[in-house]
Design a protein around this ligand. Structure first.
Ligand code: ADP
Ligand code: 5GP
Length: 189
């Protein structure tokens, strides 16, 4: 069996990453999410081993001490998220193409770890104003949270040069076909 390939797709919150990743998942390309370990509690219908592996802070710290992570971060105070080496290796060995849904720093670290085995794509909003409008229209975040996300977006945009490719998500259909083209080129090169 051919080992799977790795795709890192990162973007400031509200840019349209989930929309684009959901589109990619439906293209029959054998794409699977990397399943991270987290200390946050499951939400709604989330199941252990599907969206995440859920664990305690104590167990997470043991994994840090054992050097089990490709990367990990305290994304929110007290909430740790990390990519386990063993989990990604298992998915690649099963022939899965793996998509990483991690924050921008996590994406940069995963690319450093896998080098040429991974394609990293940064999805860029057309402007900060457009990003704010998308977050407002999505209606999932309070004005304070939107302000925090916008403040962080400026730092995240400055990190775009660390990615292999950048796609601007202005017109959604155009951005989706550009990302699909990059993914197919990497899969079949
Ligand atoms: P992210 O996963 O990056 O936080 P989402 O995929 O949730 O972002 O998209 C944020 C909002 O912007 C959603 O309401 C989505 O429908 C909308 N959106 C996505 N792409 C575009 C686009 N090109 N133009 C306008 N709205 C968009
Ligand atoms: P949520 O709690 O909403 O599922 O995720 C919160 C944030 O953590 C998102 O930005 C998500 O991309 C990020 N995240 C999830 N898993 C990982 C991981 O393994 N590493 C890093 N660095 N970020 C992660």
């Amino acid at each position: 069996m051919q080992p799977g390939k790795l795709f890192i797709i990162a973007a400031p919150s509200g840019t349209g990453k989930s929309t684009i990743v959901n589109y990619l998942m439906k293209q029959g390309l054998n794409m699977h999410f990397s399943i991270s370990l987290t200390t946050r509690a499951p939400r709604g219908k989330e199941k252990n081993g599907v969206e995440y592996f859920f664990t305690s802070v104590e167990d997470f710290r043991t994994h840090i001490a054992n050097n089990d992570f490709i990367e990990y971060e305290e994304v929110y105070t007290g909430c740790f998220y990390g990519t386990l080496k063993s989990q990604v290796e298992k998915q690649i060995a099963q022939g899965q193409n793996v998509i990483f849904d991690v924050d921008v720093n996590g994406g940069i670290n995963i690319k450093k770890h896998f080098g040429e085995e991974a394609l990293s794509i940064f999805i860029m909003p057309p402007s900060i104003e457009a990003l704010r409008k998308r977050l407002e229209k999505r209606g999932t975040d309070s004005p304070e949270v939107i302000d925090q996300r916008i403040a962080r977006a400026e730092y995240e945009i400055s990190q775009a040069p660390h990615f292999d490719k950048t796609v601007i998500n202005d017109d959604l259909a155009t951005a989706q076909s550009e990302v699909l083209e990059l993914v197919k080129n990497f899969l079949y090169q």
